[in-house]
Design a protein around this ligand. Structure first.
Ligand code: SAH
Length: 207
């Protein structure tokens, strides 16, 4: 899988090492485990999917690109949309502290079960509406949103540290693009629209 990621253009050695270390088969149903290392999205129940490894690796590479290696151990990251917990585990391998929020109780519980054998002490899973972020743990040096909304929630922009990056798919069920936001100063955010994307919808409230 890691060779495929290199071919797909992923260069960050730490992201590649994390992808090598975190066992993706622990995050999919046993019936799909044989396909866990293919570069495909797979169903995780509740109508949701685990993203393709190349998508996850690319997003992590981009969101961490401005964070030098020596600062990563002290950095704090937020994920919106825990799903099965796979990307959260990768993030926890790359930065000092990770908070991941999921709005579907069944998935939040499943992620907890999936992550237990891996013992990831620097990852905190929260159940709730991730559009609100986690104000009591802010500011974050990196924010990754794993579901597509029609805009980036203001709360998430406010919870970015100066210099932080946020990646979020923006759009509807038909057309989405990956948006990269950098907070350059206290009140300055810079938006770059990256490539087309295909994510499940960002939904309000909890289920
Ligand atoms: N990062 C996940 C991808 C899961 S798919 C992984 O590695 O598997 C996106 C997830 O976002 C879904 O589980 C969906 O329920 C969740 N989601 C959608 N809207 C949300 C919201 N407002 N708050 C938190 N999670 C949300």
């Amino acid at each position: 899988m890691v060779q495929d990621l290199r071919k797909a253009g992923v260069r960050d050695p730490h992201v590649l090492a994390a992808m090598q270390t975190v066992p993706r088969h622990l995050f999919v149903e046993p019936a799909l485990a044989s396909r866990a290392y293919e570069d495909v999205a797979l169903p995780i129940g509740h109508g949701q999917t685990i993203s393709r490894p190349s998508t996850v690796a690319r997003m992590l590479e981009i969101v961490l690109a401005r964070l030098p290696r020596e600062q990563r151990a002290r950095a704090r990251a937020l994920e919106v949309g825990t799903g099965c917990g796979y990307q959260a585990a990768l993030m926890a391998a790359l930065v000092g502290e990770v908070i991941s929020i999921e709005r579907v109780r069944g998935l939040h519980d499943a992620a907890r079960r999936n992550l237990r054998p891996l013992r990831v002490p620097n990852l905190r899973l929260m159940f709730g509406d991730g559009r609100l972020g986690a104000p009591s743990s802010a500011p974050f040096d990196a924010v990754v949103v794993a579901a597509a909304g029609d805009e980036i929630p203001d709360a998430l922009l406010e919870q970015m540290a100066p210099g932080a990056r946020l990646l979020a798919p923006v759009g509807d069920g038909v057309r989405q693009a990956l948006h990269l936001v950098e907070r350059n100063g206290d009140r300055t955010w810079e938006l770059t629209v990256l490539d087309e994307a295909r994510f499940v919808p960002l939904r309000p409230g909890t289920a």
